[in-house]
Design a protein around this ligand. Structure first.
Ligand code: ADP
Length: 407
């Protein structure tokens, strides 16, 4: 690993960052990234990086400003898949510069290894430190999407990623048709639920085999794990990607599949995954909140007896707090919601122009509906006045705990 990156010199604050400085740098960086998408899997080898790379490339091909962050510490395969294994990091103004392929900005833990085969045997705090540096000290600039190739499983590393990034739009969970992988992926879904991280959907990879001679797809494993999981958890099956030798060859030779083989049926399958992700930014745009000139917010907070109500769907009132693009609170109104009915509040709050929700507890389905509406949600906030919660939210110091309401 290159010492200059790990010794804290490139700190953006002269090598002596206080916790407060780090928080500020993290929130400055994250505020310029409109959508953060985590690609997860229950275990390695199921095609998580393949999905992350092709999703990032496809979003970039669709004209979006995209960053791809590979924090898969134990198997950073993004440099290989994008033919970037010879790249080393450069820095400017105390910040690391992502490697660029066309408009796509890429940062990988693999760039920090002297040899691609270096075993990454860092201890927990070092891993956490590097992941943090990738968010605070990389010049990502303004991005529509940051696609994060997360470490597999549900251990400390994916947890660190989620905790650092905080407001992730959602996770894409990659699985294969076999039952073992499906069992692992259930853990990933539970992990997301516990962290209040919306699951944008499931991708069933290696689903059927594409014959390289005739193109016919043959089911070689029992298929349907993705559907069964999606049904069981009420999630969306984003798509099924067949096991296609061209995907493997493209990955090994550093050619992004969706770019070089865009006319194939397999590339179309990848496209089905990006459609709902693209819809996130379209929704966001129509709400006006991704417009760089206008970043005014309307923050909704559910209330009971004037303080934060821990059960979102059963609150007495909502405080709607207007914040101007400079982050100044300009107004507050109190509104009474319609009688409780599942699925009603997201639409009602969207109609009121809400762009952000600060909640105590909120069910998974409601969170998904808000994400689909382009409304950002923070859950796990703790009882306080709406003014205090908004002040902490704007200062980046809002403390969140577990989601206290699972329904
Ligand atoms: P993970 O990130 O889950 O460890 P990778 O994306 O690195 O998995 O994929 C593991 C291997 O499987 C790679 O060699 C990759 O090219 C290959 N692979 C992934 N998806 C497919 C697919 N749909 N068809 C053929 N090969 C695939």
């Amino acid at each position: 690993m290159s010492d200059d990156v790990n010794n804290g010199e490139r700190s953006g604050c002269g090598g002596a960052c206080s916790e407060q400085d780090e928080k500020r740098m993290l929130s400055e960086c994250l505020n310029r990234i409109h959508h953060k998408i985590l690609v997860m899997s229950g275990k390695g080898g199921v095609g998580k990086s393949t999905v992350a790379v092709n999703l990032a490339v496809a979003l970039s091909m669709a004209g979006k400003k995209v960053g791809l962050l590979d924090v898969d510490i134990h198997g950073p395969s993004v440099p290989t898949m994008l033919n970037l294994t010879e790249e080393r990091l450069a820095a400017k103004n105390d910040k690391m510069l992502p490697v660029r392929i066309g408009e796509l900005k890429v940062m990988s833990i693999g760039f920090l290894l002297r040899e691609q085969d270096d075993a990454v045997i860092w201890r927990g705090p070092m891993k956490m430190g590097v992941i943090k540096q990738f968010l605070t000290e990389v010049e990502w600039g303004e991005l529509d999407y940051l696609v994060i190739d997360s470490p597999p499983g549900t251990g400390d590393e994916p947890l660190s990623v989620c905790q650092l990034i905080g407001h992730v739009d959602g996770a894409i969970v990659v699985t294969t048709p076999q039952e073992v992988s499906a069992a692992d992926v259930r853990k990933s879904i539970d992990f997301c639920l516990k962290l209040n991280l919306p699951v944008l959907g499931i991708v069933e990879n290696m689903s059927g085999f594409v014959c390289p001679k005739c193109g016919e797809i043959t089911e070689i494993f029992k298929s349907g794990a993705g559907e069964a999981l999606a049904d069981k958890f009420g999630l969306r099956l984003l798509g099924k990607i067949p096991l296609d030798p061209q995907v493997c060859n493209a990955g090994d030779s550093g050619k992004p599949f969706v770019y070089h083989f865009s006319k194939t049926a397999t590339a179309k399958a990848f496209e089905s995954i990006i459609a709902p992700i693209l819809a996130l930014s379209e929704k966001h745009k129509s709400n006006g909140s991704s417009n760089q000139e206008s970043k005014a917010m309307k923050i909704a907070i559910p209330l009971a007896a004037g303080n934060l109500c821990m059960h979102f769907g059963h609150c007495e009132q909502f405080a709607l707090i207007d914040v101007d693009p400079a982050g100044i609170v300009t107004g507050k109104t109190l509104v009474t919601p319609p009688p409780h009915e599942p699925g009603l509040l997201p639409k009602w709050l969207e109609e009121k122009g809400v762009t952000q929700i600060i909640a105590g507890g909120m069910g998974q389905r409601a969170q998904e509906l808000f994400v689909e509406s382009g409304i950002a949600v923070v859950t796990g906030a703790m009882g306080d006045t709406p003014e205090q919660l908004v002040a902490e939210f704007l200062a980046g110091t809002l403390m969140t705990g577990t989601n206290s309401c699972e329904h």
